[in-house]
Design a protein around this ligand. Structure first.
Ligand code: F3S
Length: 78
């Protein structure tokens, strides 16, 4: 799955949601989250985010690694 990182916080541009072909990106409190089981890993959202907040899970840098769990936990997934 792809993951939304800290750059989205309080920005919430929303461009990612308009291009996602499976509508797996959901608005949370201060950011948006990608549902990891619904994401088909097409990567379209990564290229449209104006603040570069989205990465493929296996390309998330260690500083941002907690956001892999943050996206999962937003949907109450372990
Ligand atoms: Fe956030 Fe970027 Fe989407 S700022 S809402 S991840 S386009």
């Amino acid at each position: 799955a792809l993951v939304i990182k800290s750059e989205c916080i309080d920005v919430k541009d929303g461009a990612c949601t308009t291009v996602c072909p499976v509508d797996c990106i959901y608005e949370g409190g201060r950011m948006f989250y990608i549902h990891p089981d619904e994401c088909i890993e097409c990567g379209v959202c990564e290229s449209v985010c104006p603040v570069d907040a989205i990465r493929f899970e296996d390309e998330v840098k260690s500083d941002d690694s907690l956001f892999v769990a943050v996206n999962r936990e937003a949907f109450s997934l372990e």
